[in-house]
Design a protein around this ligand. Structure first.
Ligand SMILES: [Zn+2]
Length: 366
């Protein structure tokens, strides 16, 4: 199970040699273990000369030690430091291999950010069930049941007609609901605290969830991602499915916002769109955030002397006059360079907006 402290350890280790970071997708709905291993061999090929030891260690792990559990696997290898670490993940990751001065932990951080420490409270008039989901798995669940409101209500209808009966009984029922809700809120806040919850979802009827949120302490209110209708007796698999759905939607929305921001910046000369201009920005080290559509690859050309990247063939390098060599994937080159420069690299789901401008865009540093 991935925890924040795993990231911390990776970040704090002092590497004096480059680290090979490999992310593998073992999502059974998209691949088989054998296919994934084959794909890994292809992905590691570019590193098999200079980083033969790391490549061998990773492949040996996959062949002899990996038990096939989980839907994603991350490996960090730095033979120079005798460093080797694997992290198995219950949710899939995108395939990628990166050779950088430090472990490439950003996708792990993003996973924790998007799918880590969800608190879900299913609430009704009487009580609450609280869940802690972490990376798509149930960690903890607890519940609280207050005084039965329905019972009182039916009592209310029996006394209908008596002087003042309905009003006082209804008033009493409302009071009881309010009291139960307050207890539920208190319980939920404590549960969220104990489980280091970072995002909150509330399930139940609209009226109840709204009142519940009103009663929540401010710092939890600000972490509420949304509400959804659900039976309080729903199984935890159903609750998890709903939570993951909201997580996906939120991630999707954030990606769309980022794409819009970058494209807008480019239109105002604070960024670039399309391969050619973006490659130049990357080469110049002027990229704060690089956004690429998942799976986007494009052949290109690289100056054999200074590393200048170009989408199209030019007779000689505009900077140093040297000749160009053709490279299989200029996008991957750009990603490596951007990461080395400390830029943010975001690989996003296919988006019509991004496709229109050439599947790649960048926001400038200055
Ligand atoms: Zn050059």
């Amino acid at each position: 199970m991935l925890r924040e402290k795993d990231l911390q350890e990776l970040l704090e280790f002092e590497f004096t040699h480059p680290v090979l970071s490999v992310y593998l997708n073992f999502d059974p709905s998209r691949t088989t273990t054998e296919k994934a291993k084959l794909h890994t061999r292809q992905m590691l090929k570019p590193y098999s000369d200079q980083n033969a030891d790391d490549v061998e260690k990773i492949q040996s792990y996959l062949e002899h030690e990996y038990d096939g559990s989980g839907q994603g696997l991350v490996l960090f290898s730095c033979s120079g430091e005798n460093f080797f670490k694997t992290i198995s993940l219950p949710i899939p990751v995108r395939n990628r291999a990166r050779l950088l001065p430090k472990p490439y932990v950003k996708p792990l951080a993003a996973l924790l950010d998007h799918f880590g420490h969800y608190g879900v409270a299913i609430v009704d008039k009487q009580g609450l069930r609280a869940f802690h989901f972490h990376l798509g798995e149930l960690n903890e669940q607890e519940g609280i049941v207050g005084e039965d409101v329905r019972h009182t209500k039916s009592g209310g209808s029996q006394v209908a007609g008596r002087r003042g009966g309905i009003t006082s009984q209804t008033g009493y029922a409302e009071e009881l609901v309010e009291r139960n809700l307050r207890e539920s809120v208190e319980f939920a806040a404590r549960f969220f605290d104990q489980n280091n919850i970072r995002r909150v979802l509330i399930g139940g009827t609209e009226a109840i969830t709204q009142r519940f949120i009103e009663l929540l302490p401010k710092r939890w209110q600000s972490l509420v991602l949304g509400t959804f209708p659900i039976e309080k007796t729903a199984g935890h698999a159903q609750v998890l499915e709903r939570a993951m759905q909201v997580a996906e939607e939120t991630k999707e929305r954030q990606e769309q916002d980022l794409i819009k921001t970058v494209i807008t910046a480019a239109a105002k000369d604070r960024g670039t769109t399309g391969l050619q201009d973006t490659l130049q920005a990357v080469y110049a080290g002027n990229v704060q955030t690089l956004v690429i559509e998942e799976g986007f690859r494009a052949p290109g050309f690289r100056c054999t002397n200074c590393g200048f990247l170009s989408a199209s063939s030019i007779p000689e390098c505009p900077f140093c006059g040297s000749s160009f060599e053709q490279i299989e994937d200029a996008v991957e080159m750009a990603v490596q360079k951007a990461l080395l420069d400390g830029s943010d690299v975001e690989v996003v789901n296919p988006s019509p907006d991004l496709k229109t401008v050439g599947s790649i865009a960048a926001m400038s540093r200055y």
